[in-house]
Write a protein that binds this ligand. Structure first.
Ligand code: GSF
Length: 204
C-alpha cells in the first residue's frame, strides 16, 4: 500500500498512527497539495490527502474511509468496535475531532491561502469557524471527563482522532489556550505521545 500525504496534515497523521498501531506496512509518499505542480488529482479527484493507493492502483479516500478499511485488515489492536452503540460512539468522536480540525483549517486558509487577496479575507468567517473549534474542544473535554480514554476502556480511534486534532492545534494555533482551559485533554495528549505511533508522527 502507498499512502500519499504530508507530515503537517492531521488527517494524514490519523492514518499513519492507525497504520503503526495495527503494525501495517506501507510506503509513505509525501505530496505538497498546495504546490502548483501537485499531481494529487491523478489519485484523488478532490485534490486532497490522505489518499491510500492499493496494490492494484485503486485509490481510497478520505481519512475516515481509510482508517475504517485499515482496521479490517488485521485483528491486531482493534480500533473501531464492530457494531452498535459503541461503534457509533467511536465514529462520533472521530467526526467531532475531524470537525474541529476542518473548522480550524478553514479559519487558517482564510488567513493564509496564497490566492486570496488581503481585501478578500473575512474576519467574521474566521471567528465563525473558531467558535466551532472552541465549542468542539469544550465538548471533547466534557466527553472525556476523568476517564482514561474517550470511549471504552482501551485506546480506540476516538483517542487517535482527538490526539491528532489536539496535536495539530498546538502546531498551527499555539494561541488557542486549550491546555489551560481543558487540562484533561492535555493529559490525554501527553499520554498518547508516549506511544511510538504518536511520537513518530509529530506534525512538521
Ligand atoms: C480532509 C482531507 C483534507 O482536507 C479527510 O481525509 O479526512 N475529510 C478529509 N486534507 C487537506 C490537507 S490538510 O490540510 O490536512 C488537503 O489535502 N487539502 C487540499 C485542498 O485542496 O483542500
Amino acid at each position: 500500500m502507498k499512502l500519499i500525504g504530508a507530515t503537517a496534515s492531521p488527517y494524514v497523521r490519523k492514518v499513519r498512527v492507525v497504520m503503526a498501531e495495527k503494525k501495517l506496512d506501507y510506503q509513505f509518499v509525501q505530496e505538497n497539495v498546495w504546490a502548483d505542480d501537485t499531481t494529487i488529482s491523478a489519485s484523488n479527484p478532490l485534490g486532497k490527502v490522505p489518499c491510500l493507493v492499493m496494490e492494484g492502483g485503486e485509490a481510497v479516500f478520505d481519512s475516515r474511509v481509510i482508517v475504517e478499511y485499515l482496521d479490517t485488515l488485521s485483528p491486531v489492536g482493534k480500533l473501531i468496535p464492530p457494531q452498535g452503540r459503541e461503534r457509533a460512539e467511536v465514529k462520533t468522536w472521530e467526526a467531532l475531532a475531524d470537525g474541529v480540525v476542518d473548522a480550524a483549517i478553514l479559519a487558517r486558509l482564510e488567513r493564509v491561502w496564497a490566492h486570496r487577496q488581503e481585501g478578500e479575507r473575512s474576519q467574521a468567517w474566521i471567528d465563525y469557524q473558531l467558535r466551532k473549534v472552541n465549542d468542539g474542544l469544550k465538548s471533547m473535554s466534557q466527553g472525556l471527563g476523568d476517564k482514561p480514554y474517550c470511549s471504552g476502556i482501551h485506546l480506540s480511534l476516538s483517542d487517535i482522532a482527538v490526539g491528532c486534532a489536539l496535536g495539530w492545534l498546538e502546531f498551527r494555533f499555539p494561541e488557542i489556550a486549550w491546555r489551560s482551559e481543558y487540562p484533561n485533554l492535555g493529559k490525554l495528549l501527553d499520554k498518547l505521545m508516549l506511544r511510538p505511533s504518536f511520537a513518530d508522527t509529530i506534525p512538521c
